[in-house]
Design a protein around this ligand. Structure first.
Ligand code: ADP
Ligand code: ZN
Length: 543
């Protein structure tokens, strides 16, 4: 009943305040905790920094019995555990890394029912004696951290996570709370099915990070562009993400030469070196970490003022997770994505090669995976090039509905915190007419051609394909003579990103008008196109 839950929530708030010192819960945290206390299965989708851990840790303190937390990485568990122990929580962790005397101590504590929270890796769940032991210890809830690891559609598939489903079948009475920052609809469905979630309460929260300002620029001179941003935050914390290990090292060196306290971080470093960089960053011994994707899991420095992407990451999820490490303290912070078309081509090549290799080795579904990877890559391309408010794009990507903040100042538009809404990008003056020329050319070509061909027809190019199809006779042939190919292509990308043009993939991708595209063509609705971000002149990089 509601009153019981209200009472339990009061106890919970007392525990939250005395244990963590927080006086309020975030809206989605409260929603998740109420559902948990009511004994429901819950799926929590929140970005990194959204406050997921509290969603299962706080209820564990007020609920009788033991909460088992399944987590993919020992380092991650250890961080969480250290934090809890420091706050006086009765918690422990069981892992293969434990010495046998440590393990007996944990087992004894379980036997005496002294624990509220026990962390374990998914492999533990294959041990029957372990399942018996936690049963006897009064197991009352299961939390599954990084739940996307259960899905092979996610990016960190861990087959052992499937064991949780088996535990679930044995103990259907125990409610589950699954948490993740990355869940596309397909991953979400997988999580729910594999964990056998029973009519779960889905909590999607906090995907907008209003204190982050997003900007996207073409990469001209990486060091200069990075310095221009770093220079605005002297002696403050920042993370720069690179794709390649050697780039982290050379960029860190270049920044150090300019007086920035920067160090590289990647998985190729020894574990000792890695933890010393992490520690230096956490203890403010250095300001900037230049890292690959390897840096992140478990990094909890709340005052990161900026995150720079030195090139295009693989997809929106990764981008959002990495930029999510900025501004966890809620203070204004900046995210800058620097990219070029070659980043896109580079990833595409890598993805295609690895799919081909997998295919040759007889891996089933390799080509399907490739389709997924390419889709994720082009979604990020749309984010970068689409001319849509960055906050809106990100929120909607994760299935949220974006509500613009109310501005008292009439001049301010949109989110007020991205390059698009701040008017930093150049709008094409006669956007509507340009869009109409492109849309009508797609229609004239029977909506059966891709962007490259449409662009050539519009430019009035003389290609064999155009002559073979008789497209030089179309009224739209040569309509955009004099416009550079790169601009026309960019506008087509923008029309796709804005949903006016759809892409159908058969043997090769073809373009067609959507309903909103038809409305734009008939001038029933307005469209804004942006001048593409071409590297003409370098932005000022004076410090
Ligand atoms: P996630 O696991 O979703 O990445 P965390 O659980 O690590 O996020 O929380 C992110 C940050 O937010 C942490 O520094 C945490 O202390 C802080 N935090 C979480 N919940 C609250 C709250 N209700 N009030 C204030 N700070 C909070
Ligand atoms: Zn915006």
């Amino acid at each position: 009943p509601m009153e019981d839950i209200d009472a339990a929530m009061d106890d919970l708030m007392d525990a939250v305040e005395s244990t963590w010192g927080f006086r309020t819960l975030r809206e989605s945290q409260e929603e998740a905790m109420r559902a948990t206390l009511a004994g429901r299965d819950v799926l929590v989708l929140m970005p990194t920094g959204g406050g997921k851990s509290l969603c299962y840790q706080a209820p564990a303190l007020v609920r009788p019995g033991l909460t088992l937390v399944v987590s993919p990485l020992i380092a991650l568990m250890k961080d969480q555990l250290d934090g809890l122990l420091a706050n006086g929580v009765r918690a422990a962790m069981i892992s293969s890394a434990l010495e046998s005397d440590e393990r007996s101590a944990v087992n004894a504590a379980l036997e005496r029912r002294e624990l509220d929270i026990l962390f374990c890796s998914p492999e533990r769940l294959s041990s029957e004696s372990f399942i018996d032991r936690i049963g006897r210890a009064g197991l009352t809830a299961i939390a599954v951290d990084e739940a996307h690891c259960i899905s092979h559609w996610g990016h960190d598939f861990r087959p052992d996570y499937r064991q949780i489903g088996a535990l679930r079948d044995q103990r259907p009475d125990i409610p589950v709370i699954a948490l993740t920052a990355t869940a596309t609809p397909r991953v979400r469905e997988d999580i729910e099915a594999e964990l056998r979630l029973n009519d779960p309460v889905r909590v999607v929260g906090g995907f907008d990070r209003p204190n982050l300002t997003y900007r996207v620029l073409p990469r001209l001179d990486l060091v200069d562009q990075a310095m221009a941003l770093i220079g605005r935050y002297p002696n403050q914390a920042g993370i720069i993400y690179c794709i390649r290990r050697k780039d982290t090292e050379s960029l860190a060196r270049d920044l150090a030469r300019k007086g920035v306290r920067a160090m590289p971080y990647h998985a190729g470093l020894g574990s000792h070196e890695r933890s010393s960089v992490q520690e230096a960053f956490l203890n403010e011994g250095i300001d900037v970490v230049v890292a690959t994707v390897a840096f992140g899991m478990g990094i909890d420095r709340p005052d990161v003022r900026f995150v720079i992407h030195a090139s295009l990451p693989k997809g929106v999820e990764q981008y959002s997770q990495e930029t999510g490490r900025a501004g966890r303290d809620g203070l204004p912070s900046e995210c800058l994505l620097l990219y070029s078309g070659s980043d896109f081509q580079g990833w595409k090549g890598i993805m295609e090669r690895s799919a081909q290799e997998a295919e040759l080795e007889g891996v089933e579904g390799a080509m399907e995976e490739l389709g997924g990877s390419l889709t994720r890559l082009s979604e990020l391309w749309n984010f970068a090039n689409g001319g849509i408010c960055r906050h809106k794009y990100l929120v909607e990507y994760f299935g949220g509905r974006y509500a613009e903040p109310q501005h008292e100042d009439q001049e301010r538009r949109g989110c007020g915190a991205c390059d698009v809404c701040l008017g930093e990008l150049k709008v094409v003056k006669d956007s509507q007419r340009v869009a109409q020329m492109i849309l009508s050319c797609i229609v004239r070509c029977d909506q059966r051609y891709g962007a490259a061909h449409i662009t050539e027809v519009l430019r009035g190019a003389d290609t064999a394909r155009i002559r073979a199809k008789g497209h030089e006779k179309l009224s739209t042939y040569g309509l955009m003579k004099g416009f550079p190919t790169s601009e026309i292509r960019a506008w087509i990308d923008q029309l796709v990103a804005q949903g006016h043009v759809g892409v159908a993939s058969g043997n090769y991708p073809t373009l067609h008008l959507t309903q909103s595209g038809v409305a734009v063509m008939k001038a029933e609705s307005e469209v804004t196109l942006l001048l593409p971000l071409t590297p003409k002149k370098a932005p000022s990089s004076r410090r």
